[in-house]
Design a protein around this ligand. Structure first.
Ligand code: KG4
Ligand code: ZN
Length: 346
């Protein structure tokens, strides 16, 4: 058995997890900072870094305790070192390096994990008996990224397309703000949309050309803004809307984003000659998206696997899961490991 401690601090979740053999999750602790950032309507980097410092030690302790695991039983420490808020990443990277160093001879190996690659592998967590969903087209939709990958294995990931402007989650967050809903916007929009009529408003579905696997979500955000306030205006319209109007806008917006995500994923499948689709990232927690993508796969006899909801939004189980494969391949980092704000797979 190979046991990995995962550490994740790339944005506003302080997380640690213990995972065996890249798939059996023994603990998955996430301390969310939503309450700290809510009043600013988005993540404030300096506040995020400080909160990581305050919380990370106890989050790691809880992850080890819940897994009933001592540090000397850990084979490797996997830590997110890119992409993300660099100050936030540095807290996790420094903790991982320190833990590896203080353990002395026979210390657990140190493994650097790309956060997006970890999301891309997250649907494989918990699959039984060595089964995998690969090769697959992976749709990874989060607050910072919206990308399609061809994944032939946990360490074999090729970028097929990505957003050219806003990420899907960012569009959910911005549209929620326009509609006066709370941060983070994704769950708020999903909740309100459940009582709305998705066919009420025909928001644009930006496809960027027939064969393009890239995305653009800034146009729909502006379309919602003008729908709420009037063409060319950015304020003054929200008070005139009823609760039902807001629900209809939320549902119509959500459906337009989902239509684009599903169409592009099916296009990627057609171009990639694979018969498996996986879904991950924070927006993949959206039940309407999960059902729509599954239905499109069933219609085409494709296999479909969405990451379990607790492995969609940021977590350290996915970091430990991918870290396992890097550890087994001997791809270890040194104590001079650094953090980088960028690093999406090119
Ligand atoms: O993966 P994640 O936790 O962090 C990043 O790596 O960005 O994704 C966070 C994003 C936020 O934009 C949030 O609004 C969105 O995921 N999100 C959702 C839902 N839950 C979270 N979007 C739509 N529906 C949801 N249920
Ligand atoms: Zn993420």
């Amino acid at each position: 058995m190979t046991t990995i401690l995962g550490i994740e601090t790339s944005c506003d979740e302080t997380a640690a997890a213990v995972v065996d053999n890249g798939t059996d999750v023994r603990s998955n602790v996430v301390a969310s900072q939503i309450d700290l950032h809510q009043k600013y309507g988005g993540v404030v980097p300096e506040i995020a870094s400080r909160a990581h410092i305050e919380r990370l030690d106890s989050v790691i302790e809880e992850a080890l305790g819940t897994a009933d695991c001592k540090l000397d039983q850990i084979d490797a420490i996997a830590v997110t070192n890119r992409p993300g808020l660099v100050g936030a990443l540095l807290i996790g990277v420094t903790a991982a390096k320190t833990l590896s160093w203080v353990t002395g001879p026979g210390a657990p190996g140190l493994v650097a994990v790309n956060h997006i690659e970890a999301h891309a592998n997250s649907a494989a967590i918990g699959m039984p008996n060595g089964e995998t969903p690969w090769p697959a087209v992976a749709l990874i939709v989060s607050g910072g990224h919206t990308s399609l990958f061809r994944v032939d294995g946990p360490l074999s990931i090729e970028l097929l397309g990505a957003t050219t402007d806003d990420a899907a989650g960012e569009a959910f967050d911005k549209v929620a703000a326009i509609l006066g809903l709370s941060y983070p916007g994704g769950p708020a929009i999903e909740r309100v949309a459940s009582t709305g009529d998705a066919s009420k408003i025909d928001f644009p579905r930006t496809m960027l050309g027939r064969d393009s696997l890239d995305f653009s979500f800034s146009g729909i955000k502006t379309a919602v803004l003008y729908h709420v306030h009037g063409q060319g205006k950015t304020t003054g319209g929200l008070e005139k809307l009823s609760e039902q109007d807001i629900a209809d806008i939320a549902a119509s917006f959500q459906q337009a984003v989902i239509d684009v995500l599903v169409r592009k994923t099916m296009l990627a499948v057609a171009q990639s000659n694979v018969s498996s689709v996986v879904l991950g990232g924070g927006v993949a927690a959206n039940g309407t998206l999960r059902r729509a993508l599954e239905a499109a796969c069933v219609e085409r006899s494709l296999s479909f696997r969405a990451a379990e909801v607790q492995y969609c939004t940021d977590n350290a189980a996915m970091i430990a899961a991918l870290g396992y494969h890097l550890h087994v391949e001997g791809r270890h980092a040194d104590l001079d490991l650094d953090a980088f704000p960028t690093g999406a797979i090119a």
